[in-house]
Design a protein around this ligand. Structure first.
Ligand code: AMP
Length: 217
């Protein structure tokens, strides 16, 4: 089962992808996490990506496509995967079609999580993430017991550099310009399923699981 989670930054793609991966026993391929991992290891790719990420811009297609292709070619993705944050441009969507073809795989469905812009800004500006286990909290909606400490592992919570107000606005603008056209792209192939992401987080998960259950082979 090869699924794409599509949606604006702050729509809950990452949280939902993690839950679905556990439920369906699939690897989670998140392009943002791959970039952050490169950044942490200070690889050449990480240094290049940082300039774009800090401004809320997209990393160039060729670099992003190469990185995700390498990840999808690994053996753990042979039985399926959940893609989160990729594709984000039409060029990436077309490249993904070719990657699937090359690897003899087929896209099962695209789940679009819809959330209005004002809600996105509120969600992203309150987001805090554990440095150690990457669990996500929100200072208002799902606060940790202690402000700077992860409830699960005791790790330090931090605010992503790109979750600052100016960068959030830039990311949402980029989303509307470059990523939203993918909705039409996947609608045309009958693969798109829209889910309301502006409801309780558990209900979003339940809806996604129901939709996935209805997808063909
Ligand atoms: P995310 O964790 O998905 O919000 O991604 C964080 C940042 O990584 C984005 O704002 C981009 O700078 C970069 N990034 C992640 N995925 C992609 C992608 N598919 N194409 C280009 N840049 C990306």
């Amino acid at each position: 089962m090869y699924l794409i989670l599509l949606g604006p930054p702050g729509s809950g793609k990452g949280t939902q992808a993690e839950r679905l991966c556990k439920e369906l026993n699939l690897p989670h391929v998140a392009s943002g996490d791959l970039f952050r991992d490169h950044l942490k290891r200070e690889t050449e790719l990480g240094v290049l990506a940082q300039n774009y990420m800090d401004k809320g811009h997209l990393v160039p297609d060729d670099v992003t496509i190469g990185m995700v292709k390498e990840r999808l070619s690994r053996s753990d993705c042979r039985g399926g995967t959940i893609l989160d944050g990729f594709p984000r441009t039409l060029a990436q969507a077309e490249a993904l079609d070719s990657i699937f073809q090359e690897l003899g795989q087929q896209l099962t469905g695209v789940l679009f999580i819809a959330v209005p812009d004002d809600v996105l800004i509120e969600r992203l500006s309150g987001r805090r993430i554990c440095r150690n286990c990457q669990t996500s909290f929100h200072i208002l909606f799902s606060p940790p017991r202690e402000l700077q400490t992860c409830d699960l592992c005791g790790g330090e919570l931090y605010q992503r550099d790109d979750d600052q107000p100016d960068t959030i606005r830039a990311r949402i603008k980029v989303y509307h310009k470059q990523t939203a056209p993918l909705i039409k792209y996947y609608q045309a192939t009958d693969l798109l399923h829209e889910v309301d992401g502006n409801i309780d987080i558990d209900r979003v998960t339940d809806t996604l699981i129901t939709v996935i259950g209805s997808l063909g082979p």
